[in-house]
Design a binder for this molecule. Structure first.
Ligand code: HEC
Length: 121
């Protein structure tokens, strides 16, 4: 019985790690072409920034929402269907960068959840 429990625990830990790795990979594929991360900073030089850097986005999201749950659901909702009235960035961000294009069709909601969870780590 104990052995079974141990196996179950190991399996769920592996699933968690796999989800986080998948989240990182998806973030690299889907977000960093616009949102600079430390791993993409060599790709994007000054002046080539198409969007606020990811750490800036996450700082904003984390200070705006009290719980991780709310922050994650905001990210999923906003990225799938961005609009000016949902923005937590000030209007200047939109004037400077333009509104973020919807990720619909490029990422599934499930994948976006993995991305948001990974960004919130
Ligand atoms: C084609 C460029 C582009 C891609 C790709 C992109 N974004 Fe954005 N994103 C933007 C721009 C521009 C803004 C700033 C304007 C705005 O808020 O809509 C932004 C803003 C945001 C915001 C803040 C929204 C607000 O104003 O409150 C979040 C959160 C965000 N992006 C998450 C993501 C995530 C997660 C991904 C990857 C799945 C991603 N973005 C991919 C361009 C992009």
């Amino acid at each position: 019985m104990k052995k079974l429990l141990l196996i179950a625990l190991c399996l769920s830990a592996t699933t968690l790690i796999a989800a986080s790795e998948r989240g990182e990979q998806l973030t690299d594929e889907k977000c960093t072409s616009c949102h600079m991360t430390s791993s993409s900073s060599t790709k994007l030089k000054n002046g080539e920034m198409g969007a606020p850097p990811m750490w800036g986005v996450m700082k904003k999201v984390k200070s705006h929402f009290k719980t991780k749950e709310d922050g994650v659901s905001f990210i999923v909702d906003y990225t799938m269907d961005p609009s000016e009235d949902k923005m937590i960035f000030p209007p200047a961000a939109k004037e400077h960068f333009g509104l973020m294009p919807s990720m619909k069709g490029s990422v599934t909601t499930e994948e976006m959840k993995l991305i948001a969870e990974y960004l919130y780590r």
